[in-house]
Design a protein around this ligand. Structure first.
Ligand code: WTA
Length: 702
């Protein structure tokens, strides 16, 4: 009986996702007539054409943006819902769509403009013709030297240099499935992803510039190799690009018979052309690992036809890219934003896409705006963390430079109205339209955003569902939370769409459970209406139909727009021999949104010391990367636990954020809460401030 009572109590806590949120409505901003006059999407009737009555055939319009070797026969096959297949019967190639098809009209146009971090290095423009030549040569090397063929996996652990998109497109040309690991992730993180995807080849680089320093990146490839080997899945070859073609910039040696310098091999393939392999629309294009509730990152699998059609349409209608624009997305290609909105979407539209190697505020906070001015960028795309950083370090810098943006994006985290207004007035010079795009690795492209020429902007709100996306907020029991109720709930998408992931690599069950199980009532149903997609974010719906995203409701912490799984961090802590238990919680941070804070309990007989804390930080940096570095490590006598022995992370999160801990009397060890509170907050009296909704809801899925 006691157990039932406890479950009940945990369920009452669950309803915190439905927290009433007191939210001041922000005023609207209108897109300028100048923007509207040139925009790609100005016909409001298009939304009617994308209503659920016209689903799924409305998505033909997206497929039609691509060049097909063979046109598809079925727009959407739901026979294995929610494992959907889009554009079934169609055949195409992504590299062809992003390069070859533009040559007739745009071969002399810059496809990519690369700006290295050292300001002494002038930008390098790579035309579509040049991109074509390079991608072909690399594809020939991957095929003939590495023996790669359609369906094989390759892990790419590269910084922000042109070699990254070139390698991705060379893979895509062959139908090789690329798995790009963010350059800032550690070698071990890369190795785990190599093993999970059973990649045949690892592609890395000797070094790259970051904050004025040449980072030696080759050691990461060595660690990755060893890690994958330990997992029983060593790659056959390690291919290394050189940042400077005339020298090798790493201290690490090449391992004979395993490591090869791509730039030294390439001359053999000069002038080679590789016919783009015609692939079925549902062939996997890439894997992108992302964090979730469990310790193991999941390999989100995106399939060729649906993904490419979706990101092309989003780039056209929501990024408003025209062939004459200079488009700069400041994200890293190692995240989904870079895949969709630096590489595949813009290049499929024959845009000019800018790639910047380094830190936006290096060597000074004017750098970003100097690049924009020099390249005459007119579409700009970044994250709230970057906006907050640029604002903090150089609030008046944008005024000094003569760039002119027509369009700006914010993505990755909720943006505070204050930061939004600085973005609008100062960066956008009261002229650029802003889209606040809410989406995820899993969704391929945008889910919510205002349509730049059609909708008014509202600071802090992403906006309504994009063309074809029909979001809804559901409560714990699957009932719709009506607009304007001021109650938060779980944001879901009613319908599938072409950009939705195909599955989780090697773990279809996890795909089902994570995204669909909560609200599906009939697991046998082949009707898409029975499978709302659970995004994993809490949200509110205003009376005007605009969604305001509150943040993750699972155990994911959004640090500077990057997803980190608390369980991944905790497993890293547990590799420190002295640690018995670890709990990771999010703490609100002025610049990065959220940062992780760590609580550890030591094994019996071990005395607390700074050295142990250092070891914990070290373990996190080597196993995940510096981006996951915790704000603080607290050593506690014991973790607050339920009677069934679960760590109450929610209570720890409240303490870390100076929020009330709520009723803790039902815990197995309530006294420990006050002890921890005093050691974290000092002897101050307990506070009563409400705190951010995502932190209030943190840990509720346990
Ligand atoms: C968060 C990044 C508020 C959200 C594209 C989501 C946002 C997670 C926004 C996905 C936004 C993304 N406003 N929150 N405009 N965009 N998020 O997979 O919590 O790296 O679930 O994809 O970032 O992160 P991911």
């Amino acid at each position: 009986m006691a157990a039932t009572k406890e479950t009940k109590r945990e369920q009452t806590e669950l309803s915190e996702a439905e927290i009433a949120v007191h939210w001041k409505e922000e005023g609207y901003y209108e897109p300028s007539p100048r923007f509207i006059g040139q925009a790609n999407l100005t016909d409001p009737d298009l939304f009617e054409k994308f209503s659920l009555d016209h689903f799924p055939e409305c998505y033909r319009a997206f497929g039609d943006l691509l060049s097909w070797d063979k046109y598809w026969t079925t727009t959407l096959d739901t026979s294995k819902a929610p494992f959907y297949r889009w554009f079934v019967g169609g055949m195409l190639n992504a590299s062809y769509n992003c390069i070859d098809r533009h040559l007739a009209q745009h071969k002399n146009k810059a496809a990519i403009i690369f700006q290295g971090e050292p300001e002494s290095e002038p930008p390098v423009a790579i035309t579509y013709q040049e991109l074509y030549a390079r991608v072909n040569e690399v594809a020939a090397l991957l095929r003939d030297f590495a023996g790669l063929k359609a369906g094989d996996r390759v892990t790419i652990h590269l910084p922000m240099t042109p070699e990254l998109p070139i390698t991705m497109l060379a893979c895509a040309r062959l139908g090789v499935i690329h798995s790009v690991v963010f350059g800032g992730f550690s070698g071990e993180a890369s190795g785990q992803r190599i093993a999970d995807s059973a990649s045949r080849v690892l592609i890395g680089m000797d070094g790259y510039w970051r904050s004025g320093k040449m980072v030696d990146h080759k050691p990461a490839a060595d660690i990755a190799y060893e890690t994958a080997k330990r997992e029983g899945k060593p790659p056959e070859k390690v291919l290394i690009w050189k940042r400077y073609k005339d020298r090798y910039s790493s201290q690490a040696k090449l391992v004979e018979g395993r490591d090869y310098l791509i730039d030294d091999l390439l001359p053999k393939y000069r002038g080679e052309r590789v016919a783009p392999v015609s692939l079925p629309a549902d062939h996997p294009l890439f894997l992108m690992y992302t964090s979730g509730t469990t310790g193991k990152p999941k390999g989100i699998q995106h399939n060729l036809g649906g993904y490419l059609a979706y990101v092309t349409a989003m780039s056209k209608y929501y990024q408003d890219i025209h062939p004459t624009d200079v488009y700069w997305c400041m994200a890293d290609i190692g995240w989904i934003t870079g895949h969709s909105f630096i590489v595949y979407g813009p290049l499929a539209l024959a845009a000019t896409s800018v790639i910047y190697e380094g830190v936006p505020t290096f060597p000074d906070p004017g750098r970003t705006w100097r690049i924009a001015e020099h390249l005459d960028v007119n579409i700009f795309h970044t994250s709230p963390t970057a906006i907050r950083q640029l604002r903090k370090l150089g609030p008046d810098e944008p005024k000094k430079y003569h760039y002119r943006f027509k369009h700006m994006t914010t993505v990755g985290e909720p943006i505070e109205p204050e930061a939004w207004r600085w973005y609008y007035h100062t960066v956008g010079k009261d002229e650029a339209v802003i889209v606040d795009t809410w989406w995820q690795t899993e969704t391929g492209g945008f889910l919510c955003s205002t349509t730049p020429a059609l909708h008014r902007m509202k600071p802090g709100s992403a906006g309504p569902g994009v063309l074809g996306i029909h979001p809804v907020i559901l409560d714990e029991n699957g009932n719709e939370v009506p607009p304007g109720s001021n109650r938060a709930g779980y944001i879901c998408i009613r319908n599938p769409w072409p950009g939705l992931m195909a599955t989780i690599w090697g773990d279809p069950d996890r795909y089902l459970k994570t995204y669909f199980q909560k609200y599906n009532k009939n697991p046998k149903s082949t009707d898409w209406r029975d499978w709302p997609y659970l995004a994993g974010d809490g949200a509110l719906l205003a009376p005007d139909g605009y969604f305001r995203i509150l943040g993750r409701i699972d155990d994911v912490i959004n640090v500077a727009g990057h997803r980190l799984g608390t369980k991944e961090l905790e497993s890293a802590c547990l590799t420190v021999p002295e640690i018995a238990e670890a709990a990771v919680v999010p703490v609100a941070d002025d610049l990065k949104g959220r940062v992780p804070e760590i609580y550890v309990a030591l094994k019996p007989g071990i005395t607390a010391s700074d050295e142990i804390k250092q070891k914990v930080v070290q373990a996190i940096e080597t196993q995940i990367g510096k981006i996951a570095r915790p704000k603080t490590v607290w050593i506690v006598p014991d973790m607050p636990k339920t009677r069934s022995g679960k760590i109450m992370r929610r209570v720890l999160a409240s303490i870390s954020n100076s929020m009330p801990t709520g009723d803790t009397t039902t815990l197995a060890n309530p006294e420990v809460v006050e002890q921890i509170r005093v050691s974290v907050q000092g002897a101050r009296p307990a506070v009563t401030k409400e705190g951010p909704a995502d932190i209030r809801a943190f840990g509720q899925t346990e």
